[in-house]
Design a protein. Structure first.
Length: 233
């Protein structure tokens, strides 16, 4: 997926300037130039509309969206490098972008999407354990998939799909270790409540014993009273 985002350059830096920018409805950001051999990428400070950026982050491709960034009349292809959210309000606080060389492969993290109902669930009473929900792949910027689909229909109890089991795709190759577990079908565990029953029963027995002690004490007192009456006679 591709999107367009307009930003403007900013001169001020520092915490106070960032707070003033946020108060005006914008957030600070940095655009890093495309990396070239032997050269440090040039960085440009910009002001970003957080609402427009959130729409991109909440899209199907999320942070992997290819963005046509417009900066003071010039345009470039970028992706979101990282962004910062307020821990309480989850409002956007800062965003970094990096320019892309469209003919060079990049490494991105892509979500896994499970398809189908496993036979081991329908026929054997197992459950699907979704272990790895995303993997890293290497691909050209224009070939980044929104997700990678994994079909679990034929999985029986004890069977799994690992990264190495994914079908080859001419547009991307996996970077994540091949033995990494993606999904498998496991038996449903049922815990026995025996320990809990024993713990509950113990206090009940103790509670029943207490009246017996009290009752025994009263009997002894009565015997002593009767004995005293006989002695007086």
């Amino acid at each position: 997926m591709e999107a367009t985002l307009e930003v403007v350059t900013r001169d001020g830096r520092g915490k106070n300037e960032a707070n003033r920018l946020r108060a005006s409805g914008k957030i600070p950001g940095v655009v890093y130039g495309a990396r070239k051999d032997g050269q440090t990428p040039r960085a440009v400070s910009v002001a970003v509309d957080p609402k427009a950026l959130l729409r991109i982050l909440h899209s199907d491709s999320g942070a992997n969206t290819l963005i046509n960034l417009k900066v003071d009349g010039s345009e470039s292809r970028v992706m979101i490098k990282e962004y910062q959210l307020d821990p309480v309000s989850h409002a956007l606080l800062h965003a970094d972008f990096y320019q892309l060389a469209m003919d060079k492969a990049i490494t991105v993290t892509v979500p896994i999407q499970v398809k189908g109902e496993a036979r081991g669930v329908k026929l054997q009473g197992g459950i699907v354990d979704f272990v790895s929900r995303q993997i890293e792949i290497e691909t050209l910027p224009t070939d980044i998939p929104e997700h990678i689909e994994v079909d679990v229909t034929e999985l029986m109890l004890g069977q799994s799909i690992r990264v190495r089991d994914l079908p080859e795709n001419p547009k991307w190759k996996t970077v994540t270790e091949g033995d990494t577990m993606i999904v498998h079908v496991v038996a449903l565990r049922v815990e026995e409540p025996a320990a809990a029953t024993t713990e509950v029963a113990a206090p009940a027995a103790g509670a029943a014993a207490e009246p017996e002690v009290i009752k025994k004490g009263k009997t002894e007192e009565k015997e002593e009273e009767d004995k005293g009456k006989k002695e007086k006679k």
